[in-house]
Every structure is written in structure tokens, then in C-alpha cells.
Design a protein around this ligand. Structure first.
Ligand SMILES: NC(=O)c1ccc[n+]([C@@H]2O[C@H](COP(=O)([O-])OP(=O)(O)OC[C@H]3O[C@@H](n4cnc5c(N)ncnc54)[C@H](O)[C@@H]3O)[C@@H](O)[C@H]2O)c1
Length: 325
């Protein structure tokens, strides 16, 4: 399947990830069939897509008519046969449950065209397992998007043992076409690439917090204003080259023995979770959210976050039709 052969997208599952993935393809000009198990869930997903498109418009990144045309290209359906038969590229974004995904993959293979590419948005499962009952495993690939998928540029494109080279190429080209930044992962390893890096940082951050080295506010500000500030523009390896590898060597030699190396989740996180503190959705996490978290206010916090992300997306990644960044 070449890029030019891809005319219709299907996104299976319209939750946190599915609706944003669908939106990305809509904004890239593709017709999308969005599937879920209930029509009411799909209507909520469509409303979220519309709200997010309006944020893009308010940030000057799309025009009002683009919202209308994107929504016209969106078809909601609870009919898997309809979605799978029509699609040239399918993204699965149903819950992270192996048997659910295995059943779905086995069934969609019987419905879709033999050349259709089938991508999973799994965070932690392998293609080998998800596609265990799929006959043609060459066309399976993982596309691991980051939340919120309509805003975060990178998508990890992970090669399973049997994924065809042309499937990897076409998937990366398709993502580039819709203004995403695909990252090729040549072999499936747990956590792929980005989550391994993120988890390494989380372990150290939680340890520093637990030791009382700094407050939650100060830890967040320190990371945002230093490594976060830098990493938004240049990656960690270029940072090392610019700083001098001999210095990095010395610093690693001195500090690695001091860094947290536990293989258990940090106690502080377990304590908070056991006490029912799950973060914003329970009203308390590392911060206290004194406001009443009715749905509307939670949506407001998400909108504020998305407006911040849009500014960054526009400055760092967004190319206009005239080629400007
Ligand atoms: N949430 C994240 O931050 C994140 C990030 C990267 C990857 N992922 C992965 O993306 C996938 C989806 O996660 P999510 O957070 O969007 O989940 P979610 O629970 O928000 O959404 C899943 C949706 O799938 C629907 N669904 C369930 N069974 C279905 C079926 N058989 N057919 C069609 N739809 C079905 C549900 O009704 C729900 O709307 C998971 O594999 C998850 O690991 C999540």
C-alpha cells in the first residue's frame, strides 16, 4: 500500500486517544470513519473534536471553513464491518486489554481489504501478541500517539517482527502528510522509546519529592525552566554535543551512583493512590485542587492546557501553506 492508495481512514475507539487521532487525520484532509460501541460515546467524541478544532481556529492555525469541512469528512459509526471495509488505513485505539484487541484484530482482518494497513495505538502490548490470530502480520504496525494526540507532534512508529518495510515507510509518510513527526522504532521493546525516557525521569522526580529536596511547585518550575525549556527545541543528544561530551562523561561518572535505581514504583505514589488521591480527577494529587471539579471546570483546565500546547505547536512545528513555520 503506497501513500497515494490511502484515501479513507478508520479509527476504532473514540475515547481520549481515538477522537484526537481522528481529528489529526481530518485536519490532514482525510475522510475518517470513527467507530465506538455506542452512539452517545461517538456524539461526545464529535463534540470534543469540534471544540478542539475551534481552539486551532482561535490560535490562527486553521480557518472557520476548515472546521466545517473537517466535520463533514467525519462519519460516526457503530458498524465495524462498514468502517473496516471502507478503510485503507485503520488505527485501533480501544482499551489496553489484550483479549479485546486480539478479538478485534482477528475480526477486522476478515472484513478489510487485503492491503489495508492496520495500526495499533497500544502503549504496552506487542504486535506479536495483539496480532497472534492475524494471518498476514506484515501489514500490522504500532503507531503510538501521545496525549493529546491532535496536539503532540511525535508519533512512535514501531516495527513488529513481521511488519513489512513498505508498511513502515507508508505509515511514516502518511503521518508526515498530516503534519505529525513520526519516529521510527526499529524493534519492539517495552515502553518503546519515549516512555522509557519519561519513566526514568519520573522515578528520579518522585524520589526527590519524597526526600523533601524541593516542593512540588519548585520541582515543576525547575524542570519547565531548564531541561524542559531546552528540550522543546533541541534533543538530549544534541544538548550533549553542544555541552561537550567529556563534561557529560565526568558528570555521569560522578552522579550515576547517586541516582535512584529502584525497580519498584516509588512509595509516595502508592501512598497517594491508596489514600484515593488520583490527581485532578479526585481533587488532590501533588497539588490541591480546591475548586469543585464539575465536568465543566475540568474541561476548562484541559482547554487552558491545550491553548498552551497550541502556542508551542505553532512556533515549533506548524508549517503554513506558504512553508513558514
Ligand atoms: N490515554 C493515553 O494517554 C494513551 C496514550 C498513548 C496510548 N494509549 C493507548 O491508546 C488506547 C486507547 O486508550 P484511551 O486512553 O483512548 O482509552 P479510552 O478508554 O479513553 O477509550 C477507549 C474507547 O474504546 C471504546 N471501545 C471499547 N471496546 C471497543 C470495541 N470493541 N470497538 C470499538 N470501540 C471500543 C470505548 O467505548 C472507549 O470509548 C489504549 O491502547 C491505550 O493504552 C493511551
Amino acid at each position: 500500500m503506497n501513500l497515494e492508495d490511502i484515501r479513507q481512514i478508520a479509527v476504532l475507539g473514540s475515547g481520549i486517544m481515538g477522537h484526537g487521532i481522528a481529528q489529526s487525520f481530518l485536519m490532514g484532509g482525510y475522510p475518517v470513519m470513527l467507530l465506538d460501541v455506542e452512539e452517545s460515546i461517538l456524539e461526545t467524541a464529535k463534540a470534543r473534536v469540534k471544540n478542539s478544532l475551534e481552539l486551532f481556529r482561535n490560535a490562527g492555525m486553521i480557518e472557520s471553513p476548515d472546521i466545517e469541512s473537517a466535520l463533514e469528512r467525519l462519519t460516526l459509526t457503530v458498524d465495524l464491518k462498514r468502517a473496516a471495509e471502507a478503510a485503507d488505513f485503520i488505527v485501533e485505539a480501544i482499551p489496553e486489554d489484550l483479549s479485546l484487541k486480539q478479538d478485534l484484530f482477528q475480526y477486522i482482518e476478515t472484513l478489510c481489504h487485503p492491503n489495508t494497513i492496520i495500526a495499533s495505538n497500544t502503549s504496552s502490548l506487542t504486535l506479536d501478541k495483539i496480532g497472534a490470530r492475524v494471518k498476514n502480520k506484515k501489514r500490522l504496525v504500532i503507531t503510538h500517539w501521545f496525549n493529546p494526540p491532535q496536539l503532540v507532534p511525535s508519533v512512535e512508529v514501531v516495527k513488529g517482527e513481521e511488519t513489512g518495510a513498505e508498511i513502515m515507510d507508508t505509515t511514516c509518510k502518511l503521518l508526515e502528510k498530516i503534519k505529525k513527526a513520526p519516529v521510527r522504532i526499529n524493534r519492539e521493546i517495552p515502553g518503546f522509546l519515549v516512555n522509557r525516557i519519561q519513566i526514568a525521569m519520573a522515578r528520579e522526580v518522585l524520589d526527590l519529592y519524597e526526600q523533601g529536596i524541593a516542593s512540588a511547585e519548585d520541582i515543576d518550575e525547575a524542570v519547565k525552566g531548564s531541561i524542559g525549556f531546552r528540550l522543546a527545541s533541541i534533543g538530549p543528544l544534541l544538548t550533549m554535543d553542544l555541552g561537550g561530551l567529556e563534561i557529560w562523561f565526568k558528570v555521569l561518572e560522578n552522579l550515576l551512583p547517586e541516582i535512584q535505581r529502584s525497580t519498584q514504583p516509588p512509595k509516595i505514589l502508592k501512598r497517594l493512590v491508596d489514600q484515593g488521591h488520583k490527581g485532578i480527577k479526585s481533587g488532590k494529587g501533588f497539588y490541591d485542587y480546591s475548586m469543585d471539579f464539575s465536568k465543566g471546570e475540568l474541561e476548562g483546565v484541559i482547554k487552558k492546557r491545550d491553548r498552551e500546547f497550541l502556542k508551542r505547536l505553532r512556533n515549533l512545528y506548524w508549517k503554513t501553506s506558504t512553508g513558514d513555520k
